[in-house]
Design a protein around this ligand. Structure first.
Ligand SMILES: [Zn+2]
Length: 366
């Protein structure tokens, strides 16, 4: 996903057209959570391959899926959680099913919800090697280092704002419950983000491909082109036929703030050609077929199909925005009006701008 912090997105999401006032109480209690937002579970998805995930992928704090691959001399981990606390919780999960050390952490892209847990891995296994695509290695040292410098302070206003929204009787009950959950979780999240002191460092980068050989579980780490960011790593396990996509694939809906529509579609089509049995997305449940990939391809092609001719005809970005319409896409990705606003703000809106820039030959920056 995600744009750097779903938590801040939740805090900033613009109010929708108020729903008709309902006889809701003035204050909504947060639903009783199974645990806090850093609660992980583990699922064995293939021989020697485990997925560590959270039941509610959209719950704040944003924390990406984690894949653990067992090789003869140690574990290879894809992504490390979105906070030092998340990283430690993931390590607890790993130690429940393996006594082997983690020898490699692959960072799929620079967004912190996938890599701010790296310091916990370095603390647990000082010899661990952190790997990323070349562009991600650079972006971690530049844009991410700046963004995550004062992460706890940046998050802190989120709690009071979320409580204000939770108390707003003009909002839908669904939105109020989501906001109330965030308000309840916010102090723990702010405390967790206070531990973040910038973006993690990388020990090794690769241009297009890095092989981690093993008799039973060889790992191919690939950069297939710009997609969700300019440095997305994909991991392919040819024996187990497991494909780990990072945020090139995110469900229930994608995020597109730092994305490259034209090349993202091409990368999705490359992923589609893999003979996978299991696809592990950056967030959300595993996929066993190509249906969701096809939906993403159709969605991005729809955006490009509408935007490109208008941009090439010389319309301004605002004129393009006034003409495009994605009503046909919403039912596949979002049903709740609250998340529809998210989808617009963090996918269709930035993707229209990115497609506009591509059509005009302008640079998309991270
Ligand atoms: Zn993410």
């Amino acid at each position: 996903m995600l744009v750097p912090a779903l938590s801040m997105i939740l805090a900033a999401a613009a109010p929708a057209t108020p729903a008709p006032a309902s006889p809701a109480p003035a204050h909504v209690e947060a639903p009783a959570p199974p645990s806090d937002g850093f609660h992980y579970q583990t699922l064995r998805v293939a021989e020697g391959v485990h997925l560590i995930y959270r039941l509610d992928a959209l719950r704040v704090p944003a924390e990406g899926n984690v894949t653990v691959i067992e090789q003869a001399d140690g574990l290879v981990v894809v992504d490390a959680g979105g906070s030092p606390v998340g990283g430690r919780r993931i390590i607890e999960q790993i130690r429940r099913f393996s006594s082997k050390p983690v020898k490699v952490v692959i960072v799929t892209h620079w967004h912190g919800d996938h890599n701010l847990g790296v310091p916990a891995f370095r603390a647990a296994w000082p010899g661990v090697r952190v790997v990323a695509a070349a562009n991600t290695g650079r972006d971690l040292g530049t844009v991410a280092a700046k963004f995550y410098k004062d992460y706890g302070d940046a998050f802190r206003p989120t709690g009071p704002y979320a409580q204000k929204k939770a108390d707003d009787v003009n909002l839908t009950l669904g939105e109020r419950r989501t906001r109330a959950q965030l308000a309840a979780d916010a102090p723990l999240i702010a405390q967790a983000y206070d531990e973040v002191k910038g973006a993690p460092s990388v020990d090794q980068t690769f241009a297009e491909r890095l092989d981690l050989p093993d008799a039973k579980a060889p790992v191919e780490v690939l950069y297939l082109g710009n997609a969700n960011t300019e440095g997305d790593a994909v991991v392919w396990l040819p024996r187990q036929k497991v494909l780990v996509t990072g945020d090139i694939v995110v469900s229930p809906h994608p995020f597109g703030t730092d994305s490259y529509p034209e090349h993202w579609v091409q990368v999705l089509k490359q992923l589609r050609a893999y003979d996978f049995k299991v696809l592990i997305p950056g967030h959300g449940p595993i996929e066993h077929d190509r249906a969701y990939l096809d939906a993403l391809i159709a969605l991005i092609e729809d955006i490009r199909g509408q935007v490109t001719p208008l941009a090439k005809a010389g319309l301004s970005l605002e004129q393009v925005r006034a003409k495009v319409n994605f009503d046909a896409e919403y039912p596949r990705f979002v049903s709740d009006p609250f998340y529809r606003r998210f989808f617009d703000r963090f996918f269709t809106r930035p993707m229209v701008e990115n497609a506009f820039k591509e059509a005009r030959g302008e640079t998309i920056s991270q």
